[in-house]
Design a protein around this ligand. Structure first.
Ligand code: ADP
Ligand code: ADP
Length: 234
């Protein structure tokens, strides 16, 4: 079965300034082991899609299945359990500034109740894997943007997710750093066999790394397929 299957997803926001349909029947399917891109202009609904997949927002209608498990409607323990299957990487890193690089990577393991000695070993291994073995004791304020994103990726991998969901992971980085972070994501895919979902407005990233891509516009997926097919000039 698919790693992620989104069907006819609808999200309507009702606020003081009226009603906004952020998702208007979006559908997409990501296979296990794929490196999949989602692109679209600002306002297309990408962030809303991410928030629904990560269960930060409840969709108004539609279905989201993660490895066959329906996510919409989950609550409490069941919701937390499914959430752990998804690793998250954000544009602005979302690191805790009061904790070292090691402390940030350790956090999800501490929350999961992993024994101390095991945490220490796993954190060292992860930091080594992302090329930051020598930065374990550094605070985020002492790290470059690219290094911060490496820490965030190590943290996202700590609990061994099946899907790594990256929301504009390089949008806050310069071109050279973006390429390095993208290469790290490609290693996640290739060496760890983790399914990667890359949401971005940067088409060149998708062209460089993704196997398939979905194009969003006005709350829908208007086109999806192999990158070379979707990006082929008409
Ligand atoms: P993208 O990430 O592709 O830029 P978004 O998902 O952020 O798109 O936005 C899709 C549409 O939904 C936009 O019109 C946006 O203004 C609207 N929207 C997003 N979040 C909210 C919200 N919390 N309340 C009201 N409207 C929202
Ligand atoms: P912080 O001050 O950022 O909270 P701590 O020193 O309390 O960091 O460490 C938090 C966790 O990170 C600890 O549980 C430890 O297992 C792990 N950790 C800290 N430093 C290292 C290190 N150099 N190598 C591996 N793991 C480390």
């Amino acid at each position: 079965e698919a790693m992620l299957e989104v069907r006819n997803l609808v999200k309507v926001y009702r606020g003081r300034r009226g009603v906004t349909t952020a998702l208007d029947g979006a559908s997409l399917e990501v296979g296990r082991g794929e490196f999949f891109g989602v692109v679209g202009a600002s306002g297309a609904g990408k962030s809303t899609l991410v928030k629904c997949i990560t269960l930060l927002e409840r969709p108004t209608a539609g279905s989201i299945r993660l490895g066959g498990v329906e996510l919409t409607g989950l609550r409490g323990r069941a919701l937390r359990q499914q959430r752990r299957r998804i690793g998250l990487v954000f544009q602005h890193f979302h690191l805790l500034w009061s904790r070292t690089a090691a402390g940030n990577v350790a956090l999800p393991l501490e929350i999961a109740g992993v024994p101390r000695e095991q945490i220490r070993r796993r954190v060292a291994e992860l930091l080594d894997w992302v090329g930051l073995a020598d930065k374990a004791g550094a605070y985020p304020s002492q790290l470059s943007g690219g290094q911060k994103q490496r820490v965030a990726i190590a943290r996202a991998l700590a609990t061994q997710p099946e899907l790594l969901l990256c929301d504009e992971p390089t949008s806050a980085l310069d071109a050279a750093t973006s390429r390095a972070v993208l290469e790290l994501l490609q290693r996640v895919h290739r060496e760890l066999g983790i399914t990667v979902l890359l949401i971005t407005h940067q088409l060149e990233l998708v062209e460089a790394a993704c196997q398939r891509v979905a194009v969003m516009d006005a709350g829908r997926v208007v086109e999806a397929g192999p990158v070379e097919q979707v990006f082929r000039n008409p």
